[in-house]
Design a protein around this ligand. Sequence first.
Ligand SMILES: [Ca+2]
Ligand SMILES: [Ca+2]
Length: 139
Amino acid sequence: MQLSLVGVLPPGLSLVQTDPDTGQPTYGKALLTGKPTTVGSTTLVFYAENGIQPRDVHSLTVRVTIPGDVNGDGKVSCDDVNFITARYGIRRGQEGYDYNADYNMDGVIDVRDTAQVTPYLPAARDASSFDSDNNKELT
Ligand SMILES: [Ca+2]
Ligand SMILES: [Ca+2]
């Protein structure tokens, strides 16, 4: 099976279709790997063809955010915590579920999600290692 990609991957990401141990093609499997360098969202389209069956088409949206920015406004603030707490108790499949608020992706929005986001709040960071003006780690 051949996988083809239409679209541009976010900078820093690549699609790997070879086994890292053997270097042989991984027919029918692909791995999106790397560390994205730019915040944003892009939709990719994958075509799977085996030469026998009709072409199978799937789309995938890759959303790159800064850690802790659950509401997607480009910064980490109390609004992100409020975004989560406003959805406490909502489970995957229920009305109002937002996967962005389910930060640990365990299927329920609760205090555990808040606990994973609060360390990214500027006030919780060491001022010597965090550039609050640009909302990113100093390197
Ligand atoms: Ca935010
Ligand atoms: Ca959760």
